[in-house]
Design a protein. Structure first.
Length: 354
């Protein structure tokens, strides 16, 4: 690194920049030799090296902060998970100092437009790797678990082998379809709903928590993904936070496995949340097909990139032994509540059977 160079380090969120790029096990402070160890100045959002070079730290969730500053170099981490493509545009405009400005991009190769464009660019040098090549730095139990759960699946080929996958045979959604419908912002919304696919324990599947709204144009807008692996109190708190953050008017939660416990969990966090229980009486694919049809009709849009949700819905298929699609289930409950009629022969009421 040249003396007194100026760089930018950008990750999907501010927490990712801090916890992965700077303070992580393979972050700057951990891997730098003592004589070149930078000083982290969190209040100034920067790291400074002994030779006078410095890097400013940015979250891709706030693209506007990249307007104005200029850099000799930049690091862009997990670019396929960045919520807003504007952050990449702004970063490229800013890396313009010196004779040879460069950007190093590290990412899981999801088949989205930004990744495809980078792979096609003849000025981009591409280096590929997979999880097994890094086995010396990973816990054996972790490798055993991901091998047992994902090896041989399409999601495993993407996440473990580093392949850019085409559409999954039998999947209800495609990445190209989602890209074509993606928007930067939602219009005025008539309703907002939080869909929840709860988890019974803190060590099993993730709890799916998806926020969606319906606009004045009658279209659906997927606004956020708060899914996580946590205890019932943990996912209940996350669902309630999403409810209030997005000013939702209802929370819809599947209760097949949790029964009254699901509502009790939500009510313990916030007793006044508007809540509806839903019961799955049909298979996942059957429930998801009417929602997928809304996408095919161009009536549902993702606001920004929702990487984990999109990976799940575009790789899950009844033809593949993929993990249970918790985010997909939460998405289906939310959009069913917002945009689809109650099935014929079922009365409106506190509970909905689908």
């Amino acid at each position: 690194m040249a003396q007194r160079s100026r760089g930018a380090m950008v990750a999907a969120t501010a927490a990712d920049v801090r916890d992965v790029l700077v303070l992580g096990e393979s972050g700057l402070l951990a891997i730098a030799p003592p004589w070149a160890r930078p000083v982290y100045e969190p209040s100034k959002r920067r790291v400074v090296w002994p030779n006078g070079s410095q890097a400013l730290l940015f979250s891709a969730d706030v693209p506007g902060r990249l307007r104005g500053p200029q850099f000799h170099w930049a690091v862009a981490d997990e670019i396929a998970a960045w919520r807003y493509v504007d952050a990449w545009d702004m970063l490229q405009f800013g890396v313009r100092l010196g004779d040879d400005p460069r950007i190093a991009v590290a990412t899981t190769p999801r088949p989205i437009a930004i990744v495809r464009e980078l792979l096609k660019d003849t000025s981009v040098a591409v280096t590929r790797g997979n999880t097994y090549a890094n086995r010396a730095n990973l816990a054996p139990r972790f490798l055993e678990r991901i091998k047992a759960q994902y090896e041989g699946t399409r999601l495993g080929r993407q996440e473990i082998e580093g392949e850019v996958l085409e559409d999954t045979p039998g999947a209800l959604w495609t990445q190209g379809q989602i890209e074509a419908l993606r928007v930067k912002a939602a219009p005025e919304l008539v309703r907002v709903v939080v869909g929840v696919d709860p988890a019974a324990t803190s060590y099993g599947d993730e709890a799916g928590i998806i926020v969606a709204g319906v606009g004045v144009d009658g279209h659906g807008y997927v606004l956020g993904d708060a899914s996580l692996q946590a205890s019932p109190h943990g996912w209940g708190s996350a669902a309630v936070l999403a409810y209030h953050t997005h000013q939702a008017d209802r929370m819809v939660a599947e209760v097949n496995n949790g029964g009254e416990m699901v509502e009790l969990t939500i009510r313990t966090v916030d007793p006044v949340v508007s809540y509806r229980a839903v019961h799955a009486s049909r298979g996942k694919r059957t429930r998801a097909e009417p929602v997928a049809a809304l996408y095919e009709q161009g009536k549902v849009h993702h606001v920004g990139v929702l990487a984990k949700l999109e990976d799940e819905i575009c790789t899950w298929s009844t033809l593949d032994d993929a993990p249970s699609p918790n985010r997909m289930d939460a998405l289906v409950w939310a959009l069913t509540e917002l945009m689809l009629d109650v099935p014929r022969g079922v009365e409106h009421g506190p509970d909905l059977w689908v």
